[in-house]
Write a protein that binds this ligand. Structure first.
Ligand code: HDE
Length: 753
């Protein structure tokens, strides 16, 4: 077959459908750019800017001092029908510089050219030194009122709703790195409360690599790419990372979390969040309690498989942000419950023998249950990535009355770092006046001037005490809702650079985590350590890390040692046997499948009868169906989202086979390497590859009609998690049940008990 020419049948279908395609393609499947479908011809009639897409939100229009303006949020951006300069003068031409004749030199007086280029030259700001790659969304938080006994924070009072902006991120990679790398994820939430903004700057892991902020540059320098060649990007599988964590053994707990499935989340929507540090809460009566913050996702905690994560790095490096935005657009709003673990505020600041000031330790939920105090729903995507996601500035010191800090030395350092970093990143001290950062509470500070000052402050006396401004602003009294630092007693002690002795235990909770994993999760952890250490050049570093693993668990150490071809060392510390914490495991429960993606392979020539019905049922179940066909356009009147050439298994949570499509005209290795040695197959070889990969990634697979034959050809018929039925509806019900458990792990019996 001549691969450069589509077969006649395909050509006919495509031509017949051409007129209908435009509307159908932009219909119900999320992700289309722009709020109106474009025309083929360039538009020429002036009109006001198009509205944002229906699912898009923007920062509320507040003044720099927090007052509501009542202006629509679209007023944040451009207005009017005509192209203008930044000063609002209408422009006739932006395509040609002002020249001394059509062939002459460009004139320095071309102020429009200079404005355009100069602004462009300065479009970038420094990316975050950590958490550079992220994606944000707007939402709302509703309080249950269950926290009123422990904190007076008004936004946690019963029935109170508060607008929020959340930014998820990876830690190590640059802004353009892949979403799916093995890494910790940031989960930072800005609550615009009417008592001042509260930032809960959390991660998807409850512990941190270091116990003292002074070590932050060390761990980050070790994790970032090597300074000479600047490789590898966005990952820990390299010598400097393992060099540091194997020497600085307090990092072992966090490292274990990274090596577990938590390091490669399936979705931001399927991550837990943890404030990590212990905070101090204070209630209306002035009583205090210690507490840890948790986010619990409605959809459960789920992960990618390692091979999926790697493939996605190439096939769809934007996988997590796309997933977040598509889910919101499809109406599958991500939800989390905010939960609190509450502990008595004792002078020792310990609970069940666990030092609450040590950020490398958790308190197992079995010992201190997480009590839900409110619900977060993300329901709007940003209108402009830079204005919102890039410029949002979080700070652990943004606290409302009722929430205070503790002496956790990591938290203490963070209290300095977040403002400091914004000075460079956002170019001055007025970053809280950027629209996304503007508080929704009245601001009456005495901070003045500085780069990019947005507020026009009246008065002459930004100092206290004053009489010239009538004494304004006045300190708030006890009954005026002031933030009052909890008067914690600081015992007399020598000034030292030292940790408390309790911080010395670097292994017992790592072992607790390992012992709490199911066999399949242990397999993944073994594989992750073996992979990462296998990517190091130096054997000394591998040996040193193996010693750390020996101090965690002999089975883990032996399995990784085998993979590395090294002897397993004996432990150098006594192994304790903590009770496992089942809450740490991700498997064994049933969860909703909102916003999941279902690939439906269709054959344009047969078996299309119930595809439309299945597609509608998938939408109705809150999921997104993607039709996968030999060619784009329409098949059976339905829009095709992926072709055998463009689609890849990693995009789908479930694969349905509604037909057995014959090799398409482009199923040739010359055109598409995925086709392999194509000639002999009765089914398009890329469909067999789809099935094979979905099977390897433990995904549910379903088929009916001719699709059943594809399962036989792929050699997976009758294996766990592969279902067939008489109709699409029957098969859909069966795969939905499988999807509730996230994966079909029974396919891969674990060898580690
Ligand atoms: Fe951060 N961290 N961090 N961090 N962090 C930053 O602030 C820092 C730590 C976290 O989406 C920076 O605005 C120090 C723990 C998130 O904009 C910077 C220490 C936790 C984000 C900074 C820590 C976090 C950041 C970089 C050790 C989980 C992204 C850009 C004491 C509880 C926020 C910025 C966003 C960002 C410093 C440790 C979470 C440099 C010094 C522990 C989610 O200020």
């Amino acid at each position: 077959m001549d691969a450069s020419k589509p077969a006649k049948a395909v050509k006919d279908v495509v031509e017949a459908a051409a007129g209908k395609v435009a509307d159908a393609l932009t219909s119900d499947v999320p992700g289309a750019p722009g709020s109106a479908p474009p025309t083929v011809e360039e538009p020429t009639t002036p009109h006001d800017p198009l509205p944002p897409k229906k699912e898009q939100g923007a920062p509320e229009t507040r003044t720099p001092t927090g007052a509501a303006t009542g202006a629509p949020t679209t007023a944040n951006g451009q207005q009017g029908a005509f192209l203008t300069t930044s000063q609002g003068a209408r422009l006739r031409d932006t395509d040609h510089s002002l020249k001394a004749g059509p062939r002459g030199p460009v004139l320095l007086q071309d102020h429009h050219l200079r404005e355009k280029i100069t602004h462009f030259d300065h479009e970038r700001i420094p990316e975050r030194v950590v958490h550079a790659r992220g994606a944000g969304a707007h939402g709302v938080f509703e309080a249950y009122g269950k926290a009123e006994g422990v904190t007076k924070a008004g936004f946690l009072a019963k029935g109170r709703t508060t607008n929020v902006f959340v930014r998820f991120s990876t830690v190590l990679g640059s802004r353009g790195s892949a979403d799916t790398v093995r890494d910790t994820r940031g989960f930072a939430t800005k609550f615009y409360t009417d008592e001042g903004t509260f930032d809960l700057v959390a991660n998807n892991m409850p512990v941190f690599f270091i116990q003292d902020a002074i070590k932050f540059p060390d761990i980050i320098h070790a994790g970032k790419p090597h300074p000479d060649r600047e490789i590898p990007q966005a990952q820990s599988a390299h010598d400097t990372f393992w060099d540091f964590v194997s020497l600085h053994t307090e990092a072992q707990h966090h490292t274990m979390w990274n090596m577990s499935d938590r390091g490669i989340p399936r979705s931001y929507r399927m991550m837990e969040g943890f404030g990590v540090h212990t905070f101090r809460l204070v209630n209306a009566a002035g009583e205090t309690a210690l507490a840890k913050f948790h986010w619990k996702p409605k959809l459960g905690v789920h992960s990618l498989t390692w091979e999926e994560a790697q493939l996605l790095g190439g096939v769809d490096p934007d996988f997590h942000r796309r997933d977040l935005y598509d889910a919101i657009e499809a109406g599958a709003f991500p939800e989390w419950e905010l939960g609190l673990q509450v502990f008595p505020d004792t002078p020792e600041e310990t609970f069940a023998g666990i030092d609450l000031l040590d950020p490398t330790k958790i308190v197992p939920e079995e010992l201190a249950p997480v009590q839900p105090v409110g619900k977060l729903t993300l329901n709007r995507t940003p209108t402009n990535f830079f204005a919102e996601t890039e410029q949002v500035a979080f700070h652990v010191g943004h606290l409302p009355p009722g929430i205070d800090v503790t002496n956790d030395p990591l938290l203490q350092g963070r209290l300095f770092s977040y403002v400091d970093t914004q000075l460079t990143r956002l170019g001055g001290p007025n970053f809280s006046q950027v629209p996304i950062n503007r508080p929704h509470a009245p601001v009456n500070d005495m901070l003045r001037d500085g780069f990019h000052q947005q507020a026009v402050h009246a008065g002459v006396a930004p100092y206290r005490p004053n009489s010239l401004d009538g004494g304004n602003p006045f300190p708030a009294g006890d009954t005026d809702g002031a933030f009052v630092d909890v008067p914690v007693t600081v015992t007399e002690a020598p000034k030292v650079r030292a940790n408390p002795a309790s911080f010395d235990d670097h292994y017992s909770q790592v072992r607790l985590f390992w012992l709490s994993m199911s066999p399949v999760e242990k397999e993944h952890i073994v594989r992750a350590y073996t992979f990462e250490l296998g990517m190091c050049y130096h054997q000394a570093i591998r040996e040193r890390q193996l010693q750390c693993l020996a101090n965690i668990d002999p089975v883990l150490c032996a399995e990784v040692a085998t993979g590395l071809g090294l002897p397993a060392p004996e432990p150098t510390v006594p192994l304790v046997d903590p009770a496992p914490s089942p809450a740490l495991s991700q498997v064994g429960r049933q969860w909703p499948a909102d916003g999941r993606t279902m690939g439906i392979v269709v054959d344009p020539t047969a078996g299309l009868d119930d595809v439309d019905e299945v597609r509608r049922a998938v939408f109705a179940a809150g999921m997104v169906p993607l039709l996968v066909a030999p060619h784009g356009g329409l098949v059976g009147g339905l829009p095709v989202q992926r072709t055998f050439a463009t689609g890849r298994s990693v995009e789908f949570d479930v694969l349905l086979l509604a037909g057995a499509p014959a090799p398409a005209p482009d199923a040739s290795p010359a055109r598409d390497a995925k086709a392999g040695a194509a000639d002999s197959a009765a089914v398009d070889p890329r469909v067999l590859l789809l099935v094979d990969e979905c099977w390897r990634h433990a995904k549910a697979i379903g088929a009916w009609g001719a699709g059943v034959d594809v399962l036989r050809q792929a050699g997976v018929a009758g294996t766990p998690g592969v279902v067939t039925g008489g109709s699409g509806a029957e098969v859909l019900t069966a795969v939905q049940q499988l999807l509730a458990a996230h994966r079909v792990w029974e396919r891969f019996p674990a060898s580690v008990a």
